[in-house]
Design a protein around this ligand. Structure first.
Ligand code: FAD
Length: 712
């Protein structure tokens, strides 16, 4: 491996050392001082050796990134400010693309599939006046195509974030990571550590990377420890310190809504719902309370209730244990024998994306919630973050191994930031779709927000806070009376009109949806580490504001920037031990894949590709996709044509597929597709259209790896 200093081609000088105070009381103050002030202390903390990658934040995104990096042979460690991992369920919907990423993480997909609740327990969203009261509507969000594996080798999943974190930690342990606490005995090596209770408080660019200061508490004393790394990844969540330290702003809408998240257990409620009305989300509207209940696991009776609140009149402290229990019971509509509230946590909903993802000449990078924070409607937050990590890991590996230029880091931002912007727009749209139901019931949330704004306005704000709170809650309770049984019934003209409006919303699929196949599998990188083609991608037209955005179907495509289409294939000629696998399984590690048909012009191009890849030290495998039913004698020809190279695989389209591979990709059988390690297409061409494939391949690899123009 070349000196890491050498791979950062564009070095800048940074005058200031940026630092924040240890976040002992959640107060964050940035200030700059001279780098002379950075002398390390030696009392238990001090300096530690150089790490190729340091990750700040052991949330799901930081953990997934560290697994991906470790599997690519990149040394890294994680700093985590908390003493323990979060037990709050938070995210629970894992989308199709994330499950595909998980397929490469040593059986993680199978573990999730085995441990998640059966799909029949979570396929529906239910709208009701209480969990034991009137059902206003019930929407089934799973269709037969969601489970028939035609578009993907896996399905979406419903699995709580903290349970996922446990599985990720086990994967890391299997990769020889260890979780360390400040009081545990000092380690001789700093690679593959999850350093708990270490809060990143300063960042200082150096000649060969970044110097990172962390604070930790040991035996009652706050100490500092400094790390050196080539690349610092900020996966430190929505209030990212790393983002603030490097001076990156967020763009979008802030504080759309304040909510309290109440994590509770009740087997009694779980069993009741399991038998009476199983579902994933319950939207509950009654004159006493309004809330959204997420059924994380009906069998275990594990739930999270989301309740909006309006500050400053309502405070988080108002939602104490007793109040939360009362709200739960009002929403359940009957007594519970075993209600146990575990955690009450406030959070704010934003719709923002960082102005930049990459800073300090590619040495500091943001991923996950540190880079984007969406309303959770549609469940895109963690999924987008995990897919950020997937886009980033192979690029880091190629930079550190001097195969790609350090400027490939910029393509991470070029590719992922538009996806985050698109997912933000979609999540806000989903939030509006979710609000269509209360609006139809006469509970327009925009009215609640307007009332709140009026009370916050200068005229009302001179009133004592207690009076403001009284007024606010009074107006809200009048509003909630709209969903009383007296109004909401077919005999009441207003009620029957509202119920009819509600039915139309459900019938026309205008309420909140669970699945977004077009955005989940069909997103496309328009520019970046790929050879772009002209023409608008299907998602672009939808992203430009179509009202039906989010409900579109996914169509496989081999356009550069798209994820490689999935097709079941079988190995031929003993070239693999695996039968019945997916085209997505052709890709592993940091290897690029060139997919061809067994035709002369494509073999010629494959030979040039292998030659150029060798010159670029880029791992490349050739995959020859044969039509179904090809005979073994024909298949042996690959060996003859490609010798002396051995890194190729012959596969056959599995008999159960309805279209041929090239039809699926909308290409002729002269098609050639170059796929990146993250399963996105880097380049495609018709091999019979090529004059000098060697020169063309040099241009293609240089552009993908962001290397300077090759002297031809
Ligand atoms: C109610 C709700 C429901 C949701 N549902 C879904 C869903 O169904 N699907 C989905 O995809 N997403 C969902 N999300 C979003 C999802 O929870 C987040 O996107 C996800 O947690 C982001 O992961 P992360 O690793 O980027 O950040 P986080 O999970 O926030 O982790 C960041 C970590 O960094 C640590 N940290 C912070 N600052 C420092 C520092 N200075 N030094 C060291 N460590 C630091 C923190 O302690 C934390 O452990 C939901 C969110 C909410 C609120």
């Amino acid at each position: 491996m070349r000196s890491v200093a050498a791979v950062f081609l564009s070095r800048r000088r940074f005058a200031n050392f940026i630092r924040v105070r240890p976040n002992r009381r959640n107060s964050l103050r940035c200030f700059s001082c001279s780098s002379d002030a950075v002398d390390a202390r030696k009392d238990g903390g001090g300096e530690v050796p150089h790490l190729p990658v340091l990750i700040v934040g052991a949330g799901p995104v930081g953990l997934v990134l560290s697994i991906l990096l470790a599997k690519l042979g990149v040394k890294c460690s994680i700093l985590e400010k908390n003493v323990a991992f979060s037990q709050h369920p938070q995210a629970h919907f894992i989308n199709n693309r994330t499950m595909e990423v998980f397929r490469k993480l040593d059986g993680l997909t199978e573990e999730i599939q085995n441990l998640q609740p059966p799909v029949d327990l979570w396929r529906k969203f239910i709208y009701c006046t209480s969990l034991s009261g009137l059902v206003l509507g019930s929407v089934d969000h799973m269709k037969s195509q969601d489970v028939d594996m035609e578009l993907s080798p896996v399905c979406v999943a419903h699995f709580s974030q903290y349970k996922l974190m446990k599985l990720l930690l086990t994967k890391l342990e299997n990769l020889n990571f260890s979780v360390c606490y400040p009081n545990s005995s000092r380690s001789s090596t700093w690679d593959r550590k999850i350093l708990m209770s270490h809060e990143c408080i300063s960042i200082h660019p150096t000649q060969d990377g970044v110097k990172v200061g962390s604070s930790f508490c040991k035996e009652g004393k706050i100490e500092e420890r400094f790390f050196h790394c080539s690349i610092l990844v900020g996966s430190d969540g929505a209030r990212s310190t790393v983002r603030k330290l490097v001076g990156i702003d967020m763009k979008g809408e802030r504080n759309l809504q304040n909510l309290v998240s109440v994590h509770f257990l009740s087997r009694d409620l779980g069993q009741y719902l399991l038998h009476e009305r199983p579902g994933m989300l319950f939207f509950i509207f009654n004159p006493d309370a309004i809330g959204v209940l997420v059924a994380h696991d009906l069998n275990q009776g594990e739930f999270v209730l989301q309740v909006p609140y309006y500050s400053p009149q309502q405070k988080v402290e108002d939602f104490n244990l007793k109040v939360c229990e009362q709200i739960i019971l009002k929403l359940v509509g009957r007594e519970l024998s075993d209600l146990q509230v575990l955690d009450i946590k406030p959070w704010a909903m934003h719709a923002e994306v960082a102005e930049k993802y990459v800073s300090f000449g590619g040495r500091v990078v943001l991923v996950g919630d540190a880079a984007h924070r969406f309303p959770p409607a549609g469940g895109f937050g963690m999924n987008t973050g995990i897919q950020d990590a997937h886009n980033l890991a192979w690029k880091i590996s190629l930079i550190l191994n001097s195969i790609a230029s350090s400027s490939i880091m910029q393509t991470y931002e070029t590719e992922r930031r538009p996806i985050a912007i698109s997912n933000t727009v979609l999540s806000v749209q989903n939030l509006k779709a979710a609000m269509s139901v209360p609006s139809a019931l006469g509970l327009d949330p925009t009215v609640a927000n307007s009332v709140h704004q009026i009370i916050n306005s200068s005229v009302c704000s001179i009133l004592p806070q207690s009076l403001q709170k009284f007024a606010l809650e009074g107006i809200f309770s009048i509003g909630r009376a709209q969903v009383s049984e007296f109004i909401l019934n077919d005999n009441n003209p207003i009620g029957s009109l509202r119920l009819a409006r509600l039915k139309k919303i459900f019938d026309e699929g205008q309420s909140l949806q669970l699945q977004f196949p077009l955005e989940d599998l069909g997103f496309c990188y328009q520019k970046g580490a790929l050879i772009t083609e002209g023409g608008e991608d299907v998602l672009e037209s939808v992203a430009s504001g179509s009202p039906n955005r989010g409900c579109g179907a996914y169509f496989p495509s081999a356009k550069p920037g798209r994820r490689l289409p999935h097709m079941p294939i079988d190995a031929l000629n003993g070239s693999s031990t695996k039968d019945g696998f997916s085209t997505l399984d052709l890709i592993s590690g940091v290897e690029f894949i060139l997919i061809i048909a067994p035709v002369q012009s494509s073999y010629t191009l494959a030979r040039s590709s292998i030659k150029v890849a060798e010159e670029f030290k880029l791992p490349l495998k050739v995959c020859i996709i044969w039509p179904k039913g090809s005979s073994i004698q024909n298949v042996n020809s690959s060996e003859v044509v490609l010798e002396p190279w051995k890194n190729f695989i012959d596969v056959e389209e599995a008999t159960r597929s309805s279209k041929s591979w090239w039809e699926l990709c909308q290409m002729s059988s002269n098609g050639v597709i170059l796929v990146r390690p993250d399963e996105h297409i880097a380049w495609k061409v018709e091999s019979n259209s090529m004059n000098d494939s060697y020169l063309e391949l040099k241009r293609v690899f240089s552009q993908i790896l962001q290397l300077d123009e090759v002297d031809t």
